[in-house]
Write a new protein. Structure first.
Length: 245
């Protein structure tokens, strides 16, 4: 279902017409409600996607980004907020090979603070070396230990981040074209039901429980679909051992 289909279905579920749910409200409030429902569905999928890493099919690039490292600097911030950071890599001095950083577990520091464990210079600045760990603090900040140095890794575009991101939402202008579909695989109509519920809570409260049950049924189908998907695994040729007499 594309965005036009979803908006029409939402209006039908609300038993609304051009007077009770005018086009201007559909364009503005309707799109907002569809987008909020889409974000919630994607959050369910990300929590249930198993070994197959979900990404909205409307995205035009890969869910990874690169950034510069700074000589001797531990703290960094992301330019954008992500739903979830999956992994970080640092580029070696050869400019080719990436090395995976480990998420920092403070229990691995033997009861010491990061400064005690990784060391500081006499002036209090961090010890430099090949980064081994990253420690996330908020949605958009983290630290790297040890602090990077050009002697051990590449600084320019030397950090690679793998992440899960928010979905590609709809704009009001896309309603007129009606070609864009939600970027997940099945049960698109769930967005119409979820977007209709707030309207029905006010004007048709007797429908709310029925629509909430339908949402739960559709949600169960989505979670079942994504929780069972696995990454493609390379098939290998194996030899069958036969015994001959």
């Amino acid at each position: 279902m594309n965005i036009t289909d979803l908006i029409k279905e939402m209006r039908d579920l609300c038993d609304a017409d051009a007077t009770s749910y005018p086009a201007s409200a559909l364009t503005d409030i309707g799109t907002i409600r569809i987008n909020e429902a889409l974000k919630e569905v994607v959050n369910w999928i990300i929590q249930a996607d198993g070994t197959w890493q979900f990404d909205d099919s409307n995205q035009t690039d890969q869910p990874r980004g690169k950034g510069n490292l700074v000589e001797g600097q531990e703290p960094y911030t992301f330019a954008s907020k992500y739903l979830q950071i999956e992994a970080m890599d640092v580029l070696g001095t050869d400019g080719i090979t990436y090395y995976r950083l480990k998420p920092l577990d403070h229990s691995e520091l033997e009861g010491l603070s990061p400064e005690e464990y990784f060391g500081v210079e006499s002036d209090g600045t961090p010890m430099i070396g090949m980064p081994l760990y990253y420690d996330l603090f908020t949605d958009d900040s983290f630290r790297i230990y040890p602090a990077p140095s050009a002697s051990y890794c590449t600084l320019t575009n030397g950090l690679r981040v793998w992440f899960k991101r928010a979905p590609s939402t709809f704009t009001a202008a896309q309603i007129s074209t009606g070609t864009k579909e939600p970027g997940f695989a099945i049960n698109h109509i769930i967005l119409a039901y979820m977007a209709a519920i707030p309207y029905c809570m006010k004007y048709h409260p007797e429908r709310v429980a029925r629509y909430e049950l339908k949402v739960q049924q559709l949600k169960d189908g989505i979670i079942k679909h994504y929780s069972k998907r696995e990454r493609e695994k390379r098939k290998q040729i194996t030899f069958i051992r036969k015994l001959f007499r």
